[in-house]
Design a protein around this ligand. Sequence first.
Ligand SMILES: Cc1cc2nc3c(=O)[nH]c(=O)nc-3n(C[C@H](O)[C@H](O)[C@H](O)COP(=O)(O)OP(=O)(O)OC[C@H]3O[C@@H](n4cnc5c(N)ncnc54)[C@H](O)[C@@H]3O)c2cc1C
Ligand code: FES
Ligand code: FES
Length: 1357
Amino acid sequence: MPCPPKSDDLVFFVNGRKVIERNVDPEVTLLSFLRKNLRLTGTKYACGRGGCGACTVMVSKRDPLSAKIRHFSITACLVPICSLYGAAVTTVEGVGSINTRLHPVQERIAKSHGTQCGFCTPGMVMSMYTLLRNHPQPSEEQLLEALGGNLCRCTGYRPILASGRTFCVESNGCQQKGTGKCCLDPGGNDSSSLLRESDICTELFAEDEFQPLDPTQELIFPPELLRMAEKPEKQTLIFRGERVTWISPGTLKDLLELKAKHPEAPLISGNTSLGPAMKSQGHFYPILLSPARISELSMVSKTSDGLTIGAGCSLAQVKDILAERVSELPEEKTQTYRALLKHLRSLAGQQIRNMASLGGHIISRHCYSDLNPILAVGNATLNLISEEGTRQIPLNEHFLAGLASVDLKPEEILESVYIPHSQKWEFVSAFRQAQCQQNALADVNAGMRVVLKEGTDTIKDLSIAYGGVGAATVSAQKSCQQLVGRPWNELMLEEACRLLLEEVSLPGWAPGGKVEFKRTLVVSFFFKFYLEVLQELKKLVKFMPDSHHYPEISDQFLSALEDFPITGSQGVQRYQRVDSHQSLQDPVGRPIMHLSGLKHATGEAIFCDDIPMVDRELFMVLVTSTRAHAKIISVDLSQALDLPGVIDVITAEDIPGTNGTEDDKLMAVDEVLCVGHIICAVVAETELQAKSATEKIKITYEDLEPVIITINDAIKHNSFLCPEKKLEQGNVEEAFEKVDQIVEGEVHVGGQEHFYMETQRVLVIPKAEDKELDIYVSTQDPAHVQKTVSSTLNIPINRITCHVKRVGGGFGGKVGRPAVFGAIAAVGAIKTGHPIRLVLDRKDDMLITGGRHPLFGKYKVGFMNNGRIKALDIECFVNGGCMLDDSELVTEFLILKLENAYKIRNLRFRGRACMTNLPSNTAFRGFGFPQGTLITESCITAVAAKCGLLPEKIREKNMYKTVDKTIYKQAFSPETLIRCWNECLDKSSFHSRRMQVEEFNKKNYWKKKGMAIIPMKFSVGFAATSYHQVTIAQNRSKLQNPTWKACFSDPPYSAAALVHIYTDGSVLVTHGGNELGQGIHTKMLQVASRELNIPMSSLHICETSTATVPNTIATAASIGSDVNGRAVQNACQILLKRLEPIIKKNPEGTWEDWIEAAFEQRISLSATGYFRGYKAFMDWEKGEGDPFPYYVYGAACSEVEVDCLTGAHKKIRTDIVMDACCSLNPAIDIGQVEGSFIQGMGLYTTEELKYSPEGVLYSRGPDEYKIPTIADVPEEFNVSLLPSSQTPPTIYSSKGLGESGMFLGSSVFFAITDAVAAARRERDTVEDFTVRSPATPEWVRMACADRFTEMTPTAKG
Ligand SMILES: Cc1cc2nc3c(=O)[nH]c(=O)nc-3n(C[C@H](O)[C@H](O)[C@H](O)COP(=O)(O)OP(=O)(O)OC[C@H]3O[C@@H](n4cnc5c(N)ncnc54)[C@H](O)[C@@H]3O)c2cc1C
Ligand code: FES
Ligand code: FES
């Protein structure tokens, strides 16, 4: 076959426009091509691994077999551009635009408040758009399926789902919304509320204003591509890149010939397995063979005994094919198909299922494969083909183990897979357990199949295969053989478990750990299978009166059979309607859409890395330490510098000014303190060149002792970052002597990764004159970036301007670290004289930046038998990592807030920040409160257990009841706290549901329900602190830390604004807050609109910039809108005062008339506004102060159901009552409550950071670190903003709700532990369990101790 020497042209369409790429590079992904070549930056990079959906686009192709156009969503970061020959790509820009026509999907997601930071929004839009192209009126299930592969870190998904649901046929939403009454609200009689129901609103958007979906308006499939597809050219296409050649033959014959010629070349199908391996494991293939144009690989054939599916079919197509077959055939024949379908529902997200091929899935033989265990037990056969001819091999344990004798020969390819029908008396089932229900790799999965002798219970044939328990899918062949001939009964079950545990032996060091859990699942799954088969047999014998009698399943055990379905969340959001006398133009208190909402949805919102490439721009990649604690012996840059495109390598020696501080250096000099410590940075012409060069830098280390990773290690080595913080009241020791009982316990809370969707990024542009620099940066604190760059470069602050247009999520993670990246990039810019772009990839971001502090706490609580707590002593330690950063402040916050909502007379709280060899942990939403207060609430549950009372009774008994003082002697009234609590009890119908839960638990052994209601008193703001306790050295490092600076160098909470009125009457507002997704700009314009009495449409905010508002504090601690709102108000009032005489003179005039007159009278139309901040202080020596301006109160009630056999849980319902006082914008505030609640739920249930004993972070992407997905939101999720009753000293009496909801996520944690406790009581497991967050499936399963956990004593190995 002739091979043309030159590269072919790649032809495809993007948004209806033809793209012809000459000399295309096969290593380029669609994402990079869209963003860099076509400047379509709506499609975002967030993980690069197919795991988050931020880069979702739609691909349309003509299916050669059905001759229909297929539209499917894909993740552009994994799609090689060469695979798109003849395809049409639609990106978010092609769907609609603000300037032309908005698509209903875009309009609805924005107007339903489904966008906050907006970084995930284009991906969400594209997933929904693709769904609607295929199903203009989708079902709820299809909607959930379509969005299952898209992550959002801000919204909590509820509003996104609500927007999608407006397209569904059967909208299950509350049909009575807007009437003030709701079908989902059985309690609903606002007895405790100060307001009437008519003052309460439950509508956040007006659905009837949405434009209808008109499928005829969509882009058509390009006729040119249709013609190409109808008469496909058969010639082989070759795309030659610098390193890689992509060959796409047009016929099967040519493919086989090429495979014979290049036997080591992989067949690149969906690239979902090859792509990640090439990216992160360094796999490299100079030739890639694409089977995309070979229609034989997509054939499907149905026979009387089975189904043959082409290896090229995508997993999504396989799902449709199987579903069709299931609907056509009798149930007994489709056992294997139904088992496959079950796993195809939860395997990855929709985009990956659309891309991944059946052949690629099987041949990859991943140990976690969900399909291979089922195909193996289902006796599937692989049809192979080569130039030599065809042959069949069984898809069995030998093939899956990769035995060469039963594998494909190098010149063979997989053509199709034959899956036989099942028979009567044959039963096939599939099982899987993952960290969360959807879009997560299974910890363990299994396929099980048994054939019984007709009409009997005798095992004729049995096969079982497990995934996740070894390097490949493992078949329990020996056990199965030994069980043949045995009756299907309890004795067989016991024996089977013994045999399986013997055969499927996981060594103690198995990769990924979780050994005991996995071994327990091995037998728990078999037990489920045992029951399932009995259940099926029961159905069979119903029709055979004289048949064999099978063991009965006790009613209590039936619950073991049901899996938790994936369901969408429903709920009601309630807030106070604005006063009927408020002018219609005044937007304060109304649910105004996020200012950037529509731009988020169309992809027109510009984030830092969307700024077009600037002239002579270079790319920077950081080089970090691979050792946790070591001396740097040498750094050899020579090989890296020799590489093409590499311009320079920046080290600490290049810094003209200061390299951070002694304790917190920007770049390591002679010692590294953690894996991920920045050592140097490569600057190259392209990102790829810079990345390749980092691998060529040779660093030699000499390991140092000790290496401290855990809190326990730190305590052992007396390794702390700062002195102990302590608060005490009453006489704790004396009180302990007088109490009825004392309990002591321990609590462990894991850390948390911010996982903002937009990773850290910065663009530094040096200017030709006066050493000026423009810095575009994704930060919560541009002033800190500016100051750090100034001291690093040794140039005055006034030469540096930091710009923040918007930030794709921060959550505290972009307070301190962006300054480090900005400063290093600035050094690169000054040294090379070029603009420098630095964009962290997800794995580096997760490695370098640190997150929430893990915590270990010990408590001793003394109480009376009636549940009254008399004394509480808590000592806790947080893991601060290797540098101080915010750790001392976090410890202080923790101590200040530990009492939560409880009045306990005798208290002692102590806290210390441990210094370890991990990356420095830092600020994170809630700042210590979510970790610390888990100890307090755990004490409550421990007391309840000892007193034999319900936890809610103990909470109620010990809660603040009257005006009182906190442990630090700040006076406050708990009235709102009590209102929230009562309202939450009422709205959630707590007491009646509690009884139902108990009834359920009595009737079900393997499933348990749990409920918890948690009160919250959250102090808002930075704790202002007097610092005479701390040493000079500590002060020095503290003053490097932005939050401390907010406390010391600036007046606490101060804020400024600048408002310009232009001669046409339009107004430009600038303030010191940064738009992180929390809607601060929207709220600021609401304030300005009210103050100036002009519509919001006359107002505009462009960006936050250090040139317009200097010396700002970080946008953090829930106070951003409040303090900046006061500054904006002040500026507007100054302007209005100046306009007053003009208005008085012409009261009938318009705003424009007054502005024109003012201009003519030379009245300044520009004003700065300032807010000096609240008075606040804390004296740690005396242990007293007034550190916080006000409190936010709240309560949350959650109900869950756990599967005791697998550790999975389902969130049945959550009700939150939150005190927003007079919300500035209820849609935004409810969004903050929901988003932070779901983020908190992630902290307490699924988000788990895994380190090696040497301090290497394993969890460095969405595959290994599971933030909640759309399937994790409670099935019923109600949020009420408590109507106002107080007047806090804030802007229009509104409260900042950015962080507080985080802790309420613990209601899910305590509901889970409540369910686990019920299981343990029933099983007579008396001893207390250690409270450990997150309550992962592993923890839950092992805590629900039973006969199966007992079979798996700790594996030794
Ligand atoms: C984000 C993400 C989440 C995932 N989640 C899950 C999950 O929950 N459960 C699960 O089981 N899997 C999961 N996977 C893995 C996924 O199922 C596999 O990556 C996928 O099925 C591989 O198919 P592919 O077409 O992309 O293979 P490719 O990456 O294109 O190829 C993989 C291998 O198969 C070979 N190959 C492909 N086709 C043929 C053929 N016809 N003949 C011979 N060799 C062939 C190639 O040579 C290559 O070696 C996930 C993957 C990603 C990226
Ligand atoms: S960036 Fe592509 S899936 Fe995350
Ligand atoms: S709005 Fe979804 S990630 Fe920010």
